[in-house]
Design a protein around this ligand. Structure first.
Ligand code: FAD
Length: 411
């Protein structure tokens, strides 16, 4: 069997793997990326948040991605019946980017890997990790390609960016139960033929159909839009119309705001359905490896935090791996796991407060406190490590404290 030697093996070439690979490459590390799929490939996660831009900038991606003309996202709109709440990222409390992109991930992820390959990063597509055996911090990974050819890769460090493939959590028994109840989602792309002109046509929107049920509309710059529904698992079972397509047509009828725009449009693929998508792990690192992105934790799509967590962890894991390879001591518990879990915990509080109705009460209140809104806006932009923001620092109780003071009758 062929044996290769690298300093770092990156498993998976989604946003987490791409950012990690770029930072490793910038630091002169000998690396290899193995990716099971051939790109472009479909993956969900099309609404980014501004904090990701810091990572794309650090990875040197922004200019070349911008040239692709993906739709820019300057904020997010939430609807509930006639109530509207608009968060403008330029009004956020924290320093940082005030825009990002909303984009089809197939094209975006391919753009990132194309950039990496042009810079000389070794990416093996159609290559699946089967087994990883650790010996101290060194490891031997067995992979096979599409033709069934096997090879072994010896690495001094592994960064697992395999998303829902969850390679190391599976192989090392690191999976842990998620703290959230099982949710479900169904989503599809359409050619947005009745898209209105101007801002309304391209605005990313979350339409609250019920306290725990919301519908997303993510317009892309190429005229397609992504539509999706998120709800408790039992709700999706309850509204089942016999096929994913019939169920999705039924869902479109539930949105007063979007019914006319999307009614009867042809789906560009059979609507996909996922259930119990929240994931957690016992540890985010171990001797010779770090878990990033969805391979580590995924909470819920409502605040579009998934790709941000993927790129924050990919960038940090790569920088710490470089430090360790340079012979410096890395305190993975403090420098990696505690940092990442802080961000996860902030989003966990906001997601909990969203589904409990507290955050919705704040969003749709007639007399919204603009100062509080700027601080919540920072969280929605992904600046969840800015502890100057009391709505980050006291994330566990800040939203509840504010909403419990709001008078009911003016909602
Ligand atoms: P991925 O993007 O999943 O990349 C992992 C890669 O690893 C894949 O290309 C895969 O082929 C490869 N791989 C897997 N197994 C192996 C193996 N054995 N060997 C080699 N390669 C392997 N996030 C947002 O930010 N915004 C959103 O709007 C959003 N919407 C979502 C909606 C839903 C319904 C769900 C469920 C999630 C959503 N997310 C969203 C989350 C988002 O999908 C993920 O957080 C994000 O894609 C994670 O990126 P990643 O790089 O960790 O993994």
């Amino acid at each position: 069997m062929i044996l290769e030697h690298v300093d770092v093996l990156v498993i998976g070439a989604g946003p987490s793997g791409a950012v990690a690979a770029s930072i490793l490459h910038q630091n002169g590390v000998k690396l290899k990326v193995v990716e099971q799929a051939h790109f472009p490939r479909f993956v969900i996660g099309e609404s980014l948040i501004p904090r990701c831009m810091d990572h794309f900038d650090e990875a040197g991606f922004v200019e070349e991605v911008a040239a692709k003309g993906f739709e820019k996202k300057f904020g997010a709109r939430f609807l509930r019946g006639d109530d509207v709440c608009w968060f403008d990222f330029s009004q956020k409390f924290s320093e940082g980017w005030d825009w990002t992109w909303q984009l089809p991930r197939a094209e975006f992820d391919k753009t990132l890997t194309d950039i990496l390959q042009r810079r000389g990063v070794d990416i093996a597509f159609g290559t699946t990790v089967e087994q990883v055996v650790f010996n101290g911090t060194d490891s031997l990974t067995t992979v096979h390609d599409d033709r069934g050819n096997r090879r072994e890769i010896h690495a001094r460090f592994v960064i697992d960016c395999s998303g829902y493939g969850r390679v190391l959590p599976r192989l090392l028994n690191l999976d842990a139960p998620s703290s959230f109840p099982p949710m479900a989602a169904t989503f599809v792309h359409v050619t947005d033929k009745r898209r209105p002109q101007g801002g309304e046509g391209t605005l990313i929107t979350f339409d609250v159909l019920d306290q725990k049920v919301w519908f997303w509309v993510i317009p892309f710059s190429d005229g397609r839009s992504s539509l999706g529904l998120v709800c408790p698992k039992e709700h999706l079972e309850m509204i089942d119309q016999g096929s994913p397509a019939a169920t999705f047509q039924h869902i479109i009828q539930q949105s007063d705001y979007y019914r006319q725009r999307f009614d009867g449009l042809e789906f560009l693929f059979e609507p996909k359905q996922v259930v119990s998508y929240a994931k957690a792990v016992k540890k985010l690192y171990g001797d010779g490896f770090a878990l990033t992105g969805n391979s580590a934790e995924f909470l819920d799509p409502v605040f579009s935090s998934g790709v941000c967590f993927a790129t924050e962890s990919g960038a940090l894991a790569a920088k710490l791996a470089v430090k360790q390879l340079n012979g410096l001591k890395v305190d993975w518990e403090h420098e990696y796991e505690e940092h990442m879990l802080w961000g996860v915990d902030v989003f966990r509080s906001y997601i909990r407060d969203w589904y409990s109705g507290d955050l919705q009460k704040f969003f749709f209140h007639k007399k919204v406190n603009e100062d509080v809104k700027r601080k919540v806006c920072s969280v929605l932009a992904g600046y969840v490590w800015d502890k100057e923001n009391p709505f980050v620092k006291k994330h566990d109780r800040a939203v509840r404290a504010v909403t419990h003071l709001l008078p009911e009758d003016s909602c």
